[in-house]
Design a protein around this ligand. Structure first.
Ligand SMILES: Nc1ncnc2c1ncn2[C@@H]1O[C@H](COP(=O)(O)OP(=O)(O)OP(=O)(O)O)[C@@H](O)[C@H]1O
Ligand SMILES: [Mg+2]
Length: 472
């Protein structure tokens, strides 16, 4: 039979240090109130009945009982204070305590817990310390246990290091990769790193957020369908993975896709997708499987397309070689601040592999492999925007040359009077227009005629757009 420990363990009756938001009674008074209602809740709930409920229903039931208890005890609280008290008591009783509001916050990308009383979060690429923590390590261990037990994993003295992918559920609304290291391996106390997966936005949702315009979205979709190789480039938390995911949606359903990531964040909707994920080394430093190992292995898996979450090291060489040997249309991301930077970065990363290749040969690989660079930027107001779509025109060992297809011009007049900033589109290079046409893709109206007069009389399957550079 289940004991009440299954859902309300006494060790949790410790509480957290964060003052109940808005309760206005001071941290100690808040904590006393929370403790008092936790005790009352334990006395009141029918444990057997609660044990039969789904976890999410347990929460609803506890909230109801608690609301009743607060009224019964005659504690004078405003509506907001009351809601906050109920949430805090339930969070600490069946939830993940102080982690709950952080997990629900869409701006938090990563949560790092260095022992029970030190929590950092990563927001917009910056680390911030959270002014709250767990009361003791016991309470933190309970929360860890609740997280990893959802995937039938345990973390204890016999396995003090766990790395687990947690699918999205009511506790982890976005899904996460969770890494736990316990003492004595971690000196600061139980150390937890929770990487929250970004929400899977489609291109239309990104458009609704002002990240790009419809015509550019149509062009990128056509490029993916037409098997052009795309590199998404941007800084930390600029939305690279989100964009990669949105673009991958345009890979036709009949193709076999292999995705390779450090933490499987991509959520492709196609049926024929094989997801591969790296593995860190074990306690003895053995058994690591890197992105590079997976890229090499994927070539033996008959992929039509390879999607690599991020090129950060020598795997760039394998990725470029894959793109140059029949896996065109592959996609990846790279950490860089401009299209040109992205290409140099790929070249540098490729040189980091143990295979000694002259730099000119690496440039040749990049020039041959990459077609399009999608540059992202996180703006001061938090908006993630496509600031450039560039087409690589350099060939063989020539220095990199990228022509813009679209650029965000912050000073151009905006859509509404007084507004500034617009997506400016440029005529498509004929070679690109031709490649799209050969694959039966139409150039979206708004990119203008191909620039070269040599193409003037050429028959093509794309629309006769005569629009010059257009401001939107
Ligand atoms: N276009 C967008 N509009 C609004 N929010 C976005 C957009 N793209 C991404 N985000 C949000 O920004 C955060 C970071 O996104 P994402 O993980 O895709 O960035 P990244 O560049 O891959 O980050 P990292 O450098 O950590 O790999 C997530 O919370 C995500 O939901
Ligand atoms: Mg990413």
């Amino acid at each position: 039979m289940r004991s009440y420990r299954d859902f309300v363990a006494p060790a949790e009756l410790g509480g957290t240090r964060e003052p109940a938001a808005g309760a206005g009674l001071g941290a100690d008074a808040d904590q006393m109130l929370i403790e008092r209602f936790k005790r009352l809740l334990l006395e009141e709930v029918d444990l057997r009945e609660l044990g039969r409920l789904e976890i999410s229903q347990r929460r609803v039931r506890l909230e109801r009982v608690l609301a009743h208890l607060v009224s019964r005890e005659g504690v004078i609280l405003s509506t907001r204070e009351r809601a906050s008290l109920v949430r805090r008591v339930v969070d600490e009783s069946v939830g993940l305590g102080v982690l709950e509001p952080l997990l629900a916050d869409p701006s938090v990308g990563e949560i790092m817990i260095n022992g029970h009383d030190t929590i950092y979060v990563e927001r917009f690429g910056r680390l911030q310390r959270v002014p709250s923590g767990f009361t003791n390590n016991e309470q933190l261990l309970q929360a860890i246990d609740r997280i990893v037990s959802t995937v039938n994993r345990r973390v204890d003295e016999s396995s003090p290091m766990v790395d687990a992918r947690i699918p999205a559920d009511h506790r982890m609304p976005r899904g996460a990769r969770v890494n736990v290291v316990l003492p004595p391996l971690a000196l600061a106390g139980p150390t937890v790193t929770i990487r929250l997966f970004p929400k899977a936005y489609g291109l239309s949702e990104l458009m609704a957020r002002g990240s790009l315009d419809q015509v550019t979205a149509d062009l990128l979709a056509a490029c993916v369908r037409a098997r052009l190789s795309l590199v998404v480039s941007g800084g930390t938390a600029s939305g690279k993975t989100t964009m990669l995911n949105a673009l991958s949606a345009f890979i036709p359903g009949h193709e076999r896709i292999v995705t390779i990531e450090d933490a499987a964040e991509l959520a492709l909707q196609q049926d024929h997708v094989i997801q591969l994920e790296t593995r860190p080394a074990n306690v003895e430093g053995q058994g690591a499987v890197t992105i590079r190992d997976l890229v090499r292995n994927s070539l033996r898996m008959r992929p039509d397309r390879i999607v690599v979450g991020e090129c950060r090291g020598g795997e760039a060489l394998d990725m470029l070689q894959a793109m140059n040997t029949g896996h065109d249309g592959s996609l990846t991301t790279v950490h860089a601040n401009s299209s040109e930077d992205a290409l140099s970065r790929l070249e540098t990363l490729a040189s980091m592999s143990e295979v000694r290749i002259p730099f000119e040969a690496l440039r040749d690989q990049v020039n041959t492999a990459v077609d399009i660079v999608v540059q992202l930027n996180r703006q001061a107001d938090g908006t993630r925007r496509v600031t450039e779509v560039g087409y690589l025109t350099s060939r063989r060992q020539e220095p990199f040359s990228v022509v813009p297809l679209m650029r965000w011009e912050p000073d151009a007049p905006g859509a509404a009077p007084g507004q500034r900033g617009a997506f400016v589109r440029y005529p498509l290079p004929p070679a690109l227009a031709q490649r799209l046409a050969e694959r039966g893709e139409r150039v979206p109206d708004g990119f203008g005629e191909p620039a070269s007069p040599r193409r003037a009389g050429r028959r093509s399957t794309f629309g006769p757009s005569t629009q010059p550079i257009e401001l939107r």
